[in-house]
Design a protein. Structure first.
Length: 360
């Protein structure tokens, strides 16, 4: 670039390079320092905002420039009690950064903040007067509704919140999570608790927690929501789904109980007939099972007689000469047993003499 500069010989202000090259000051803040530094002594009692308005710095531009000057130590402000019980705001401007201690020392030297005696009149405060500062609104600001929303007040630490049920805790989490969708939907705990009763009714009407969050966070108006709690309460009321219609319960006809089946008649007990035993000996009767013709005693005696005959045949003894007597004797425990034992003993002797054995 080409550089052409002519040093002025009058009506100029010396500005430090530290100010003009300050990395944290914007152009408006540097212009204010240069302008106020060159003011004559008769105009320094005016507020900084009035000087900024003269150089065309208004509204948000002025607020941003003033904040940078305060943060970097070029401007200091303090409120002190004034006459007649009113408070006054004093400003200290410097073209070099000053610490808070340096600013207090300058205020003490200038006598700013010295306690003033109360008014002697009764009452101490007279008729209300006009406002000393802030009587003009910024020109470039919209004169519409105020979009500022103060932060939610913190709950008193001594106040204990009531315990919530499962549904209430669920909707409280949904309401507090809306800050993730847009920052202006941020709710405090107390504000969320005031909306829990309305939100729970949505769950009772069949809406899930995810659907409730979608309804509250979709279709938001452009710009900034002034009051999150008021906006969400309006939506919860106006978009409340209809209550489910109860379905009438018709009585179910109960079929008549079928009669219990009659128990099957028990089969008649089979009684074996009494017949006369066909066995030897005295005539006697017994109950015949399975077509038996002899009683159990006769069957047993006949079995023993057959066994005795086979045994006698094996030993070579002839017991057939009086079979009836042998059978009859078999009924006596000391009959055919003793006879068979005696015959076996005599047969053993005969076999030993003839050299024939029974092979056992």
């Amino acid at each position: 670039m080409l550089w052409h500069a002519i040093a002025p010989v009058r009506r100029y202000t010396k500005v430090s390079h530290d100010v003009m090259r300050h990395p944290r000051l914007n152009s408006d803040a540097k212009v204010l320092i240069s302008y106020v530094q060159g003011l004559p002594e008769g105009q320094v009692d005016r507020a900084l905002s009035e000087h900024a308005r003269e150089v065309g710095i208004k509204g948000r531009r002025y607020q941003a420039a003033k904040e940078l000057l305060v943060v970097n130590g070029f401007v200091h402000e303090r409120k002190v009690p004034g006459a007649r019980g009113l408070w006054a705001t004093h400003q200290l401007f410097s073209n070099v950064p000053l610490s808070d201690a340096d600013a207090r020392a300058l205020w003490r030297e200038a006598g700013v903040g010295v306690d003033t005696a109360p008014s002697a009149q009764s009452p101490a405060v007279g008729e209300p007067g006009g406002r000393s500062v802030g009587h003009q609104l910024p020109v470039d600001e919209e004169l519409g509704e105020n979009s500022f929303r103060p932060p939610t007040q913190a709950l008193d630490s001594g106040v204990e919140l009531a315990a919530l049920s499962g549904e209430e805790a669920q909707v409280e989490r949904v309401l507090l999570s809306l800050r993730e969708c847009r920052r202006d939907l941020r709710l405090g705990v107390a504000e969320a608790r005031s909306l829990v009763a309305l939100a729970v009714e949505w769950l009772r009407r069949g809406v899930s927690g995810a659907e409730l969050r979608q309804v509250l966070s979709s279709g938001l108006p452009p710009g900034r929501v002034r009051s999150a709690v008021g906006f969400l309460r309006h939506r919860l009321v106006q978009k409340m789904p209809e209550a489910p219609v109860p379905v009438p319960v018709l009585p179910v006809p109960v079929p008549e109980a079928a009669p219990a089946p009659e128990p099957a008649p028990e089969p008649p007990a089979v009684v074996a007939p009494i017949i006369t035993c066909q066995g030897p000996g005295n005539e006697h009767v017994f109950r015949s099972y399975g077509g038996a013709t002899e009683c159990a005693d006769c069957q047993q005696a006949a079995a023993w007689a057959r066994w005795a005959e086979r045994r006698a045949a094996d030993l070579g003894i002839d017991l057939a000469e009086d079979a009836a007597a042998a059978v009859e004797a078999g009924r006596d425990p000391d009959g055919w047993r003793s006879r068979l034992a005696a015959a076996a003993a005599s047969g053993v002797g005969t076999a030993s003499e003839t050299g024939v054995t029974d092979g056992t």
